[in-house]
Design a protein around this ligand. Structure first.
Ligand code: 13P
Length: 290
């Protein structure tokens, strides 16, 4: 069964110490590139949509195209709505056919974050849909979620245990210093010890709640490998794919100004996105695991 929720695939990744790439897409060429690359690399994969493109194209449309592309794929694939900060829209995506939902209530007080997250968990678990929650806040811009660098709060390891216990979430995104968007420095300050402590407290006696690393774009390969070795098993990549999509489009059109052949632009995008996704699957260690 190629279409799955994220929990099972990530429990396996946690146990075997690799990570599954979670790639944000805004259109169906990108989605096709991710699905085809996962098949080619024999890798499990998570396709994500942020809230704005999901609303723009329609969650039913995204889910229907996903199902059509993924149902024959011989690898496990999940469709995830990313950083959704509205309980109602999480439910809309669950009903539309998304197989994993992120409720991001991390900008609220702890008790309110628990309350909203649990509402989504209760709804989704009755439908075999897994849920990601966030504790602490990731700086930068991810769609409608904007957090200033000096306002970002890292995840408290003891509260993380309480958050997991009280909400029943399937995946936890702990803020550990990674950021959405392009890093302003080549050596961003990441709290590796904090991730190690959280991983030990939550998954130390066996995989329980896989951990999600946000802000993949711009991290060095060594940093990515370290975050995976310390327990990150879902790795989010968005900005790199957006840049790839737009740079490829600009470059193709600039080089073929009199071409007027949209199919060739699509083909160029497909190949470029496949290259990026393929690189990440090798780096995360998910290639060959499906
Ligand atoms: P980047 O845009 O920095 O790759 O982060 C992606 C992300 O974490 C999406 O949730």
């Amino acid at each position: 069964m190629p279409i799955v929720n994220a929990k099972e695939m990530l429990l396996t990744a946690t146990a075997e110490k690799y990570a599954v790439g979670a790639f944000n897409v805004t259109n169906f060429i990108q989605m096709k590139a991710v699905v085809e690359t996962a098949i080619h690399k024999q890798s499990p994969v998570i396709i994500q949509t942020s809230v704005t493109p999901s609303k723009f194209r329609g969650p039913d449309v995204f889910a229907a195209v996903f199902k059509t592309m993924a149902r024959e794929a011989p690898v496990p694939i999940c469709l995830h709505v990313d950083h959704c900060n509205e309980v109602d829209y999480c439910i809309t995506c669950a009903d539309a056919g998304y197989t994993n939902v992120m409720i991001d209530a991390s900008q609220h007080e702890f008790a309110e974050n628990i309350r909203q997250t649990k509402m989504v968990v209760d709804y989704c678990h009755a439908r075999n849909i897994s849920v990601e929650g966030e504790l602490g806040t990731v700086s930068g811009v991810e769609d409608q979620v904007v957090v200033a660098e000096d306002e970002a709060q890292l995840c408290d390891p003891d509260l993380a245990v309480e958050f997991v216990d009280q909400t029943g979430i399937d995946l936890l995104a702990p803020a550990i210093g990674t950021a959405h968007g392009v890093y302003k420095t080549t050596t961003p300050k990441l709290d590796f010890d904090r991730l190690a402590t959280i991983a030990q407290k939550i998954n130390g006696s066996g995989p329980h709640t896989p951990l999600v690393i946000h802000g993949g774009t711009g991290l060095s390969d060594d940093t990515v490998r370290k975050l995976v070795s310390l327990g990150g098993s879902k790795f989010n990549v968005s900005t790199e794919l957006k840049h790839c999509l737009l740079d490829t489009t600009y470059d193709y059109i600039a080089a073929n100004r009199s071409g007027y052949d949209p199919g060739k632009v699509d083909r160029a995008i497909l190949e470029a996105i496949s290259g990026v996704v393929s690189k990440w699957m090798e780096l995360l260690g998910s290639a060959g695991r499906a």
